[in-house]
Design a protein around this ligand. Sequence first.
Ligand code: GAF
Length: 362
Amino acid sequence: MAAPADEARRVFRDTFGGDPEIGVFSPGRVNLIGEHTDYNAGFVLPMALPLITVIVGSRRDDGKICLVTTAEGADKPHKVEFETPSKDHPLVPGTPKWANYSKGVIQHYRAGPVPGFNAVIATSVPLGGGLSSSASLEVATYTFLQQLCPDDGDVVQKALACQKAEHTFPGVPCGIMDQFIAVMGKEGHALLIDCRSLEATPFPLTDPKLSVLITNSNVRHELTGSEYSTRRKQCEEAARALNKESLRDATTEELEAKKENLNAVCYRRARHVITEIERTAKAAQALEKGDYKLFGKLMVESHNSLRYDYEVSCPELDELVSIALEIPGVYGSRMTGGGFGGCTVTLLETSVAEQAKQKIQE
Ligand code: GAF
């Protein structure tokens, strides 16, 4: 596959003639630990990836927007044209589905009205792979619009506008992790994000002896299905039963004490979230101290909690984790992202990375 920037430029020339005036990109992410905690006001620890979504394009003067995607797996047609939104004619979600991520951002852009433009989207973030291809596209779209008609540059508001786009257009009630890391990601660092205060603390990940390996199960996840929103509702129900604003405010002791107030499923969902928030805070400290063994142990606990209590893993992800854990030099491994397919993330000694790749590929 051509690098996305080259591919986007080539397709732009072929489709619209001439070179694009604007080019932007936004990263995908891998979450090291802290899964399904963001919409419970908890902690997450993602890092931005060198896998990116690129948008190139140019302004046009007839009030129309034309989007083209080269992303493999995007539903057809790969080209859509529509009018720029106005108060009387707002954009609404529709088909093709892939365009909804950009349309939502155009609709919720903070410094509209947006002028017309032609744009080509290309990406190296696998679609539906749990590496946040959606937020990467949303944030790239927002960054593109900033070049056309600048906003005030507030990065938190940018992430929030992209989250709103995802809630209202593709209709996924996601937390803030993915949009936040796509906006704030810093090279050579993971970011501990407190999803309540939206405070982000960078943690260096520059030890050459340490590697992060991402493995795609190639089971495609679809968060627009009902499972994600069901999990979210179960957490809200559990928080209500515990008399808390969110599960961030609850402890395992409180959960055990009030166990009878919850049905068995909500109890297990809450147990995952409460323990995962604790694990994520501990993992960030372990990373700071260079205690990779502890970090790895917490990753494995996280995976098991997601598998048995939160029930968002799948046999392929479980298998990939158990293969990784057999390899000497691997500290820990877990599913990453929303689940129901997608990728695993493995923390390991750089010296065994090649061997681990081979073993997993076999
Ligand atoms: C998806 C969502 F978009 C995130 O907000 C987060 O909840 C994640 O699943 C699970 O940790 O990526």
